[in-house]
Design a binder for this molecule. Structure first.
Ligand code: IMP
Length: 429
């Protein structure tokens, strides 16, 4: 049964949206399995650039069904804005094309207020959250007090549930964090209105995916964030609150492991990170500015959701090997290779050193990377602009060497490379 999982192999922002868009040409269902509107997936089609946070990027193809899985936390306000944005660009979004799991959890303004209050309280130890209420919504899920999408279907109880939820959060806001409280009544009225609009979209998406797979049609599971932001396997506590690794696709969509065909890891040709936390190969100065871009282009290294400049560095293959392992990656797609054109010499981090000992695999996970010193291999750069390359042979020898080396150290094949944001700026390896 052809289920492909697409997962970010770094700290998010690897260009998954663009790869999902490309692969959606041959999929019937494209399903988001984790996270919420903290994610930002940018897809460029001709003159149009779509910035999506919740709806799977695959919906831009007219033949697909977009699915929001039970592993996702949904802010209805963002969802509705995104539906409108897509419609304004001529993308059909109706209840035949978009299905939302009954078991996904809702984000409310109370979660947003709590997220901000918590982050403020952390002070210097702040995580650098996107402030979208993600952590508090998943906290409610785990403590079994959350509001689920299926609550939107029970309009006679929804208002009361929302009011009780806001009252509970207000106690925390005023009692613990000294923050402003919220008026629950307009929020409840707002959620009743969301219920009216969104009810037709609610479905058992596990069943929908299962039936699609049984017919032999392809399903793409689209991960948000990346391996190193996974709640269990990421750089804890500088992580998000969901399972962004490949196994999260199974839990987050209600499907079993027997259905998986390929697990595709998307990795940028260099390393980036938004928010706080250790980053062994981080670069400062002119080279960092060059890799980041000026922010004038949608694909420059500035957060799609928050607009924050991303931290940038050399590609870290120790972390990539880790991503191969914890996701069971079967292949890699390397993005943004074009950005490296003109960098005279390139470095790949192939091992770490700590107290005189060399590690090619992390001895104790990725939670604390700060004691490690990166050990680099230097490779020649290339001068040529590669944006117009459409086949492997059109890449300069130095670019081929760089990509081959990534594959060798990671231990899995690189199947595809992207050299620009447009749909046709990708080549098979
Ligand atoms: P949260 O998910 O908003 O709670 O943020 C937790 C951490 O994950 C912060 O460091 C964020 O910057 C980071 N983060 C969350 N979503 C994304 C994403 O889509 N791309 C990159 N970083 C993200």
């Amino acid at each position: 049964m052809p289920l492909d999982i697409i997962v970010g192999a770094q700290w998010g922002d690897e260009g998954k949206g663009r790869i999902v868009d490309l692969m959606s040409a041959r999929a019937e269902v494209v399903a988001r399995y984790n996270g919420g509107d903290n994610a930002g997936h940018t897809v460029t089609v001709g003159q149009q650039t779509f910035k999506l946070h919740l709806i799977p990027s695959g919906i831009i193809h007219p033949h697909t069904i977009g699915v929001i899985g039970n592993g996702v936390v949904v802010n209805p306000q963002t969802l509705l804005a995104e539906m409108e944005m897509l419609r304004s660009h001529g993308v059909r979004v109706d209840d035949n094309r978009l299905r939302i799991s009954h078991a996904a959890h809702l984000i409310t303004p109370a979660h947003l207020a709590l997220d901000k209050a918590l982050e403020k309280q952390r002070g210097k130890g702040s995580i650098g959250t996107t402030g979208r209420g993600i952590g508090p919504a998943y906290t409610d899920k785990a403590s079994r007090t959350g509001l689920r999408i299926e609550d939107l279907l029970d309009k006679s109880n929804l208002g009361e549930k929302v009011i009780a939820h806001v009252h509970k959060v207000n106690q925390l806001l005023s009692g613990i964090y000294g923050a402003e409280t919220l008026d629950p009544y307009p929020i409840a009225a707002q959620y009743l209105e969301y219920a009216r609009i969104l009810s037709p979209y609610v479905a058992d998406i596990s069943l929908l995916i299962y039936e699609t797979l049984r017919r032999g049609s392809r399903v793409l599971a689209e991960g948000a964030q990346g391996t190193l932001l996974d709640l269990d396997h990421g750089t804890y506590p500088f992580v998000t609150s969901s399972s962004s690794t490949a196994s999260g696709a199974l839990v987050g969509l209600g499907i079993g492991p027997g259905q998986v065909d390929r697990v595709i890891g998307v990795v940028k040709a260099f390393q980036t990170r938004v928010g706080a936390g250790p980053f062994p190969t981080e670069l400062e100065g002119d080279l960092a500015l060059r890799l980041r871009g000026t922010g004038s282009q949608p694909w420059d290294e500035y957060g799609t959701t928050t607009g924050r400049p991303r931290r940038v560095g050399w590609l870290d293959l120790v972390l990539l090997r880790y991503a191969v392992r914890v996701n069971g990656l079967s292949q890699l797609v390397v993005t943004k290779v074009d950005v490296l054109s003109g960098v005279p010499a390139l470095k790949l981090c192939v091992a770490y050193r700590m107290q005189g000992k060399v590690y090619s695999d992390l001895p104790m996970g990725v939670a604390d990377l700060s004691p490690f010193e990166p050990l680099y291999e230097e490779l020649p750069g290339w001068e040529e602009d590669v944006c117009s390359a459409r086949s492997w042979n059109q890449l300069p020898g130095a670019a081929q060497l760089y990509i081959r080396r990534i594959s060798e150290v990671a231990g899995v094949p690189v199947r595809s490379v992207s050299v620009g944001p447009e749909r046709d700026q990708a080549l098979e390896v």
